[in-house]
Design a protein around this ligand. Structure first.
Ligand SMILES: [Zn+2]
Ligand SMILES: [Zn+2]
Length: 129
């Protein structure tokens, strides 16, 4: 498939950004940020964080943090990040990537909307079983 140079340029930028982001997520900086986020949560809430979808208790070792925005990568505010278990984090990204409707919203709004949707879906599945 032929792409115009401007599109190719944009695609290269996207790939470079993605690579930098992936590198960040495996860095000591991100590990430290997760621990700092966890400590801040404990201080302000007094209870451990839970997955926003299924309420499973979140811990820094196995829990995931989803970015509600990418504008402060590397220097995130505490509320740029939301706690999810690995399974629900995967589900959230699957829905976010698949449905065009969510992309009209900001990443923050779309993420919170999908989390609410997954939460309702999980609740109805629990009621049915
Ligand atoms: Zn969960
Ligand atoms: Zn995420």
């Amino acid at each position: 498939m032929r792409t115009r140079p401007t599109n190719r340029r944009r695609r290269v930028d996207q790939i470079a950004r993605r690579a930098a982001y992936d590198a960040y997520l495996t860095s000591g900086g991100w590990r430290a940020r997760r621990h700092a986020w966890y400590a801040a949560w404990l201080t302000s809430h007094g209870t451990p964080p839970q997955c926003l979808v299924c309420d499973r208790v979140w811990c820094p070792r196995s829990g995931h943090l989803h970015h509600l925005t990418y504008i402060r990568i590397g220097r995130e505010d505490d509320d740029d990040l939301v706690p999810l278990c690995a399974r629900d984090h995967r589900q959230l990204h699957r829905v976010l990537a698949r449905s065009a409707g969510w992309r009209h919203l900001s990443r923050r709004q779309a993420s919170l909307g999908i989390i609410a949707l997954l939460r309702r879906r999980g609740a109805s599945q629990r009621d049915a079983s």
